[in-house]
Design a protein around this ligand. Structure first.
Ligand SMILES: N[C@@H](CCC(=O)N[C@@H](CS)C(=O)NCC(=O)O)C(=O)O
Length: 207
């Protein structure tokens, strides 16, 4: 990979961490630019015009091109590497889990962590407060489905660590922050988290 890589990010965001973890597992150097999302730094006219019109991080800058969406950025980095299965079905199955992560997991597990551990329950809007029980139930259902899938298997797809594991690891390993979820209820998930954390090149979220 020859282009200079810059990650526009907020360190505590699991979506940003996915990209740092992918890069670390592959030994790729990343320059990092930090934005405080609690201060609206991704909503400035400059950011919207020049980094991401969608007003969100992460964005992977590849030379002078900008790639938002965490899982797309992970795929850009890992395409052609062992983190993307060679088998066609497994490759599609990896994408299945990455799409599932964005639809069933992240909007519940990550959003509750953000609301409860970063924004604070007392600062939530009425609407957000009303959504808490439904998001908790949906997050629990996602963790349960992961736990069932992992029964008798080491990794989400095939027999090796892939981007499916990286994408799902990012918010699962911090799911207890904020107090909405209990990982002890999902022992297969806990064992899998430990396997991911012992992969060569692994870096923790705060690094
Ligand atoms: N689907 C996007 C989600 C991006 C996202 O929601 N980013 C959040 C932080 S994790 C953000 O930038 N929030 C600040 C804001 O919306 O102003 C991805 O996977 O990258």
């Amino acid at each position: 990979m020859t282009a200079h890589l810059i990650l526009h990010e907020y360190t505590q965001s699991g979506n940003c961490y996915k990209i740092r973890l992918t890069a670390a597992l592959l030994g790729l150097p990343l320059e990092r630019r930090e934005y405080d999302i609690l201060q609206g730094e991704t909503r400035t006219p400059d950011f919207l015009a020049n980094v991401n019109a969608n007003g969100r991080i992460p964005v992977l800058q590849v030379g002078d091109r900008f790639l938002p969406e965490s899982n797309a950025a992970c795929f850009y980095l890992a395409d052609g590497s062992p983190l993307v299965p060679a088998d066609r079905f497994d490759r599609a199955d990896m994408l299945r889990w990455m799409f599932w992560e964005q639809y069933n997991h992240e909007p519940n597990v990550a959003t509750l962590r953000f609301w409860l551990a970063f924004v604070g329950e007392e600062n939530l809007t009425e609407l957000q407060r009303a959504m808490l029980p439904a998001k908790r139930a949906a997050g629990d259902a996602a963790l349960k489905l992961m736990d069932e899938h992992l029964a008798g298997r080491f990794w989400f797809v095939g027999d090796a660590l892939s981007l499916a594991d990286v994408a799902l690891y990012a918010y699962t390993h911090v799911a207890e922050e904020g107090g909405a979820f209990r990982l002890a209820e999902h022992p297969n998930v806990q064992a899998w988290l430990a396997r991911v954390a012992s992969a060569p090149g692994y870096v923790p979220i705060g690094a």
